[in-house]
Ligand binder design. Structure first.
Ligand code: K7E
Ligand code: CUA
Length: 658
């Protein structure tokens, strides 16, 4: 008997070893050669595919179960979220809730901590539950993405959010107390010391009331440096500060790196300080802010600014340290340089030596050399603007210009020495050479048509010190006739462009029906180490620490103290314990649920009718919510994730006795 058991065990082990070996030694099929297989050829013919189409399909088709090579982190625009997509498949992987409640993730539907986080941005009594995300920024170490965090701004309300890439969840929202809109945000310094935020539409600081007639006197812009504490994974408000800048409507910013480490750059587009007034017979804003041939590139030294702030040469305004303009000028923190006309993007080349500015109403991009900027500053080669800020001599800092086409907006880089600029009006991408010291070596190479009206473009790690090349992503504003009709509100169209081995070809169209991605960043997939479950059972993702309300199997209970009721519940396939929650009308209920599972993907959800509660409880997570049992009745609650065959049975009742 013993011997036969031993034999069976031996056979089992042998089978396991063999199957493991089998997996490792599965022969890879020989590379395809010659013509397509006959059935594939038939499909190509039937669908009228060109050789380019077939190439595009082969580049992007991702076999079942195979992972993508890159993550895209794309803003969701005025959906207020962050969208995660894979390259080359262009499959949407996740829509990370940031500024807007999202009920699948249980974000903003009762979970304690998340409500408070969303409330952190509230303006007075107004609960902000919308947002306008524009520019995601991955955290960097030595100017390279490190895969730890991603930041994103809310243009509408001047907020910045921190998302932890261990669980792809939002951890913090901060609101600039002196701004009500931002735009040049978010951009990180090379070691994520700071998250840069530029303002957009000038207001009096703290958006106080001041009539538009007092524009020059009272309205201002700000460049805010949000200090990031990497250990805590949080923006440190105490260490953050702002630099006061003129009311020129600052636009996109970028941080210097390598040769320009310590500097930051922000465009502006209303140096006219035009203030509108259509009903008074004045020209529209669009004309008024576009009168001058030149606007100003803002050049700021954030390292110096940090020293100035640390030395206390600041004013506390609404709880934020602000370096006032005269101090910024006196301390050599702030300079301006003329830039042609209504600029939009300011993008630093991978070596940090040049800043590329694209003027919306100028067919050129203008390239500034950082060493020339530093020389002009040393030579005091400047005039003063009306606020006393030095305006560096244009000819002294301008390095080169390339005529690209109509409506240049943003630029990005590959690993072969090329830059790419979006041309909004041309609906095209211009590819050009990053020329180096010789201004004549900066030249247009070719243009690629895209559909339609491209805004941002991004490339694999294309705004770091070491771009990957391979893929370019263009984010188009209009899709018009490209997809099946879905009514008058159309998706934006993301297009993937192959830029490997000298290619320059659109290989995928991806309608994005869940928001308007403005910008995106693309990171190599192996840089991200996402958790499959929380580190231990009873984890609070908001503090990234064990929850004091963690409930283990067998510890489930209901505690009552007068009209205060506390529920300690567990969830496991396929049971919520306890399953009867007996309340009296008017009870104040605090309810904790711990998902005691550790299995990959064993997520449970929780909803209860009539209470506006929706929770997502991921493996190991403890969530809490509170409510007052206002309405008597009988309320079933249930798990919302189809987690097991008996998932429908994963429910219980709340009884509220009159
Ligand atoms: Cu060009 Cu907000 Cu960066 Cu949109 S912005 S495109
Ligand atoms: Cu748990 Cu369904």
């Amino acid at each position: 008997m013993k011997r036969s058991l031993f034999l069976v065990a031996l056979l089992l082990i042998l089978a396991l070893v063999l199957s493991a070996c089998g997996r490792r030694t599965t022969p890879t099929p020989p590379p395809l050669s010659g013509d397509l297989p006959a059935n594939a050829m038939a499909v190509a013919q039937e669908r009228g595919l060109t050789p380019d189409d077939i190439y595009a399909a082969m580049k992007t088709y991702t076999p079942s179960g195979k992972h993508d090579d890159y993550y895209i982190f794309a803003s969701g625009g005025h959906s207020g979220n962050l969208i995660v997509i894979g390259i080359p498949s262009m499959r949407i992987l996740k829509n990370v809730a940031v500024f807007t409640p999202e009920s699948w993730q249980g974000y903003g539907y009762g979970e304690r901590g998340i409500e408070e986080m969303l409330d952190a941005g509230n303006v007075g009594d107004v609960k902000l539950r919308m947002g306008d995300t524009h520019h995601p920024a991955l955290s960097e170490t030595n100017g390279d993405y490190d895969g730890q965090f991603v930041f994103i701004n809310d243009k509408a309300n001047a907020r910045v959010a921190v998302i932890d890439l261990r669980d792809f969840e939002t951890k913090q929202i901060v609101k600039d107390p002196n701004l009500i809109s931002n735009h040049g945000s978010t951009f990180v310094t090379p070691n994520t010391e700071y998250v840069i935020q530029g303002s957009q539409y000038a207001t009096p600081l703290g958006w106080e009331y001041a009539p538009i007639s007092e524009y020059e006197e009272k309205y201002r812009g700000l460049i805010t440096l949000w200090a990031f504490d990497r250990e805590k994974g949080r923006i440190d408000l105490e260490q953050s500060f702002s630099i006061e800048v003129p009311p020129y409507w600052q636009d996109l910013c970028d941080a210097g790196k390598l040769a320009s480490d310590g500097w930051g750059f922000c465009n502006s587009f209303n140096t006219e300080m035009y203030t509108g007034g259509l009903l008074q017979g004045n020209p529209p804003f669009e004309a008024g802010v576009s009168q001058s041939d030149m606007d100003y590139l803002h050049i700021f030294n954030w390292k110096k600014a940090a020293q100035v702030a640390a030395a206390g040469k600041v004013e506390m305004i609404n709880g934020m340290r602000v370096i006032r303009m005269p101090t910024a000028v006196a301390e050599g923190v702030l300079y301006l340089a003329p830039e042609p006309k209504s600029p939009h993007g300011a993008d630093v080349t991978p070596d940090g030596k040049y800043v590329v500015v694209a003027g919306k109403l100028d067919p050129h991009i203008t390239i500034y050399a950082v060493d020339k900027i530093e020389k002009a500053i040393a030579d005091q080669n400047w005039e003063l603007d009306p606020f006393g800020v030095p305006v560096l001599d244009y000819d002294a800092v301008k390095h080169a210009q390339i005529e690209l086409g109509l409506g240049p907006l943003h630029s990005i880089f590959d690993n072969q020495g090329f830059g790419y600029t979006s041309l909004f009006l041309d609906s095209a991408v211009a590819k050009w050479t990053v020329g180096g010291d010789d201004p004549a070596a900066w030249t247009l190479v070719e243009k690629l048509p895209v559909q339609y009206n491209i805004g941002h473009l991004t490339a694999a790690e294309g705004d770091t010190v070491s771009p990957d090349g391979q893929y370019l992503l263009v984010l188009n504003k209009w899709s018009v006739d490209r997809f099946l009709p879905v009514g008058p509100l159309l998706p934006q169209n993301l297009q993937l462009v192959d830029i490997s081995n000298g290619n320059f070809q659109v290989i995928y169209d991806m309608p994005m029906g869940i928001g308007e991605p403005h910008n995106a960043q693309i990171i190599k997939a192996d840089k991200i180490n996402a958790w499959t479950a929380y580190p231990q059972i009873g984890w609070d993702p908001l503090t990234q620490a064990p929850s004091p309300y963690a409930t283990q199997l067998g510890e489930e209970r209901i505690e009552r103290d007068g009209n205060k009721v506390e529920v300690f519940m567990t969830s496991i396939r396929s049971r919520l314990t306890p399953d009867h929650i007996e309340l009296k009308k008017g009870d104040h209920v605090t309810w904790h649920i711990t998902n005691v599972e550790t299995a990959h993907d064993a997520v449970h959800g929780f909803q209860m009718g009539g209470q506006n509660v929706s929770l997502s409880i991921e493996p190991g997570e403890t969530v809490s919510f509170e409510f007052v049992a206002e309405a008597d009745g009988t309320y079933p609650f249930y798990c919302t994730e189809f987690c097991a065959a008996l998932h429908l049975e994963m429910m219980g009742y709340t009884f509220v006795e009159p």
